[in-house]
Structure formats: structure tokens, C-alpha cells
Design a protein around this ligand. Structure first.
Ligand SMILES: NC(=O)C1=CN([C@@H]2O[C@H](COP(=O)(O)OP(=O)(O)OC[C@H]3O[C@@H](n4cnc5c(N)ncnc54)[C@H](O)[C@@H]3O)[C@@H](O)[C@H]2O)C=CC1
Ligand SMILES: CC(C)CC(=O)C(=O)O
Ligand SMILES: [Mg+2]
Length: 362
């Protein structure tokens, strides 16, 4: 089969990690007789430099016409630049928000799995991670605070800035169904995370999630406040199967979840909607502090490419083979610097990609 993939390398480490994911896709393609045709698309800071905007209409049209989208990361240097003072629609991240909304990708799946091979890189105590853990963060992706009305205004000589967090019941219902459907294929437990003790949007969230739960009597539902969840993730990650939550809470909790798996460089992600067209990207950002140094861990992007094969193209066997190759490379002791521990062999971005390709055919 032939598949058309829109590729968005983006900024910072984006081009380096996407190169490795493409190598792995090509290796799996040549093994199974699939062809992946790539069309490169600009988004983020590189698009602003070239066109003046973070995502052009033409780039969006290319993504819409593709079978699937592979993304590295976008964004500038948080510590050292004034990027945050640009108007919201001109920040590199605005391209990402626009493409998620434009492709109607409201369901973001971020699997947090502790590979046996990486227990040494996990900061949690041995008795906590004994037996490993495997949960997913199911994050609503096109609503909430990142898409609400915002403004900065002067009143009585005082500058005030405002962001709004809005959800309607339909947006909550459709993501809740995704959460319960995924739980049904896993260990049948949904933990819905909100801030219903304070926020009206969370009170509605909790009510609608309970209504949806009535259609899934085989799935156990629990509710948890987000501050407690942040704590429980490091106290006892094994308790979770599917964490169902809104956009900003899911953004923050998934970064925390990544660290208990060993590194942010390990956490893959799939953004999906009502069609087979999905956007696949690592959960991390453009990591400007290590860009261009062959230090970035490409595994989150490579595992995201495996998710593309599974969710957009129904290529289960091929996706399994990539995941097995990643585990085998880790089992044999190869590590990028973010997951390095004593007695292991340090490799760079490119070498990690090459190793995973070699192990696909072992
Ligand atoms: N999906 C996206 O495109 C995202 C973009 N961003 C943007 O990225 C830029 C940088 O944001 P930060 O807050 O620094 O977050 P970040 O995720 O880029 O980096 C945080 C820390 O994790 C490390 N790190 C990230 N990915 C890594 C990898 N694959 N291998 C090894 N180490 C890795 C970085 O070196 C850094 O120390 C910002 O402009 C931000 O808005 C942030 C998150 C997601
Ligand atoms: C633009 C941000 C919402 C990107 C991000 O941090 C994420 O999706 O994890
Ligand atoms: Mg994030």
C-alpha cells in the first residue's frame, strides 16, 4: 500500500527526531512492502521566519489532504527569548493549536508505559514501580483554556490579562466516549480528573462523564481532583488505567507522567478525531537547549510513528514490530543521555534511530 504523510519537522530538535522516525517508517515499509510518501510542511517558528505566520493555509491544506501527519515539535527558547510577547496568533505554538482544531483532533492519547528495561531511569522508588505500570492519559485537545477567549486590557491604569476555560456538554461527551472505549480495550478503569470543587466547567465535566459511564457498565469510573492526581501519579502510578481529563490538566499531567516512565523523550502521542486522519507527535516540545547536538531522544517520535501505523493505517503487526525493536534496543543497553544510567552505552539521536532500524530486521 502507498500512504501519503504530511511531515512537519518544526523547530529546535524537531527536524532531528523526525528524520529518525522517517528512517524507521521506511525500514518497516521496505520490510512489509508499503511505501510512505512524505510532503514536508512548515509550521511554528520556521514558518514565521519564511512566511510571517506559524501555519499557512497551503500548509493546512496539505495536512488535510494527507493520510496522516507526523510532527516533531514547534516553539522557541522559553528561557532566552521574548516569543511570549508576540500576539497569540503569531506565536509558534499557534500553528499547532490551529492544526489540531482545523483537523478536528479532539482526542489526544498519551500512553505512559514503564518499560522493564528503563526501571533504572525512573526516579520513583523500586517498591513503587515493582511490576511496572501502563496507563494512558486521554486528553481533550480542542477546547478549554487554550481555545477560549483571551485578552489583555487596561482598566483604571492597571493592565489585566484574561483567559477563559469553556466546555460545552457535547465536547465533554465525545471525549468521554473515547476514554471509555479505550478503557474497554484495556483494564476497564477510567479515572476522570477535574477541579469540580472550584470550576463550573469541571462540574459539567463530572456530570456528563457520569452520564456517559451509564452506557459502559463494564467499565469502572472514579473521579479525582487534579491536584490530588498530580500527587498520586508519583505516589502510585499503578493505580491508573485511563486518566480522562481536559486540555490543560492533560497537558500538565502528561509531562508528569512522562517523567515516571524515565524521560519526556519516551512519551508518544496520537491526536485523533472522527476520521482516520491523525496527527502523531512526541509529547515534548522543541527542546532548544539541546537542539542541533545529536542529544535528543527520538524514541517518543518513533513510538508516535508506530501509533500512526496502528490508528491511521490499521498496520498492527508493523506497529508491534517497531515497539518490539525499541524494547530490544533498550534491553541491549543502548541509551540516549536523558535515560542514561550506570553500565549502559550512551548513543546519540541518529545512532538510536539507526539501532532501532537494525533491530526491526533482527
Ligand atoms: N508539541 C509541541 O510542539 C510542544 C511545543 N512546546 C514548545 O517547546 C518550546 C520549549 O519548551 P520547554 O518548556 O523547554 O519544553 P520541552 O519539552 O521542549 O523541554 C523540556 C526539557 O526536556 C528536555 N527534552 C525534551 N524533549 C527531549 C527529548 N526528546 N530528548 C531529551 N530531552 C528532551 C529538554 O532538553 C528540556 O530540558 C517552547 O516554545 C514550548 O512552547 C512545548 C511542548 C509541546
Ligand atoms: C502548545 C502547547 C499546548 C503544546 C503542548 O504543550 C502539548 O500539547 O503538550
Ligand atoms: Mg505539553
Amino acid at each position: 500500500m502507498n500512504y501519503n504523510i504530511a511531515v512537519i519537522p518544526g523547530d529546535g530538535i524537531g527536524p532531528e527526531i523526525v528524520t529518525e522516525a522517517r528512517k524507521v517508517l521506511d525500514m518497516i515499509g521496505s520490510t512489509y512492502g508499503h511505501t510512505f510518501d512524505y510532503t514536508e510542511v512548515l509550521m511554528g517558528g520556521c514558518s514565521i521566519d519564511a512566511t510571517g505566520v506559524p501555519l499557512t493555509d497551503e500548509a493546512m491544506a496539505t495536512a488535510l489532504a494527507s493520510d496522516s501527519v507526523l510532527l516533531g515539535a514547534v516553539g522557541g527558547n522559553v528561557g532566552q527569548s521574548n516569543w511570549y510577547q508576540l500576539p497569540p496568533n503569531l506565536r509558534p505554538e499557534a500553528g499547532l493549536l490551529k492544526i489540531r482544531k482545523g483537523l478536528n483532533l479532539f482526542a489526544n492519547i498519551r500512553p505512559a508505559v514503564l518499560f522493564d528495561e528503563l526501571k533504572g531511569a525512573c526516579p520513583l522508588k523500586e517498591e513503587i514501580i515493582d511490576g511496572g505500570f501502563d496507563f494512558v492519559v486521554m486528553r481533550e485537545l480542542t477546547g478549554g483554556l487554550y481555545f477560549g477567549e483571551r485578552k489583555t486590557y487596561e482598566e483604571n491604569g492597571v493592565t489585566t490579562a484574561m483567559d477563559t476555560l469553556t466546555y460545552n456538554e457535547n465536547e465533554i461527551r465525545r471525549i468521554a466516549k473515547w476514554g471509555f472505549d479505550i478503557a474497554r480495550k484495556r483494564n476497564k478503569r477510567v479515572c476522570s480528573v477535574d477541579k469540580a470543587n472550584v470550576l463550573d466547567s469541571s462540574r459539567l465535566w463530572r456530570k456528563v462523564v457520569k452520564e456517559v459511564a451509564a452506557d459502559y457498565p463494564d467499565v469502572e469510573l472514579s473521579d479525582m481532583l487534579v491536584d490530588n492526581c498530580a500527587m498520586q501519579l508519583v505516589k502510585d502510578p499503578k493505580q491508573f488505567d485511563v486518566i480522562l481529563t481536559e486540555n490543560m490538566f492533560g497537558d500538565i499531567l502528561s509531562d508528569e507522567a512522562s517523567m515516571v516512565t524515565g524521560s519526556i523523550g519516551m512519551l508518544a502521542s496520537a491526536s485523533l478525531g472522527d476520521t482516520k486522519l491523525g496527527l502523531y507527535e512526541p509529547s515534548h516540545g522543541s527542546a532548544p537547549d539541546i537542539a542541533g547536538q545529536n542529544k535528543a531522544n527520538p524514541i517518543a517520535t518513533i513510538l508516535s510513528a508506530a501509533m500512526m501505523l496502528r490508528y491511521s493505517f490499521d498496520l498492527e503487526k508493523e506497529a508491534d514490530q517497531i515497539e518490539d525493536a525499541v524494547k530490544a534496543v533498550l534491553r541491549d543497553g543502548y541509551r540516549t543521555v536523558d535515560i542514561m544510567s550506570a553500565g549502559k552505552q550512551l548513543v546519540g539521536t541518529k545512532e538510536m534511530g539507526d539501532l532501532i532500524c537494525q533491530y526491526i530486521n533482527k
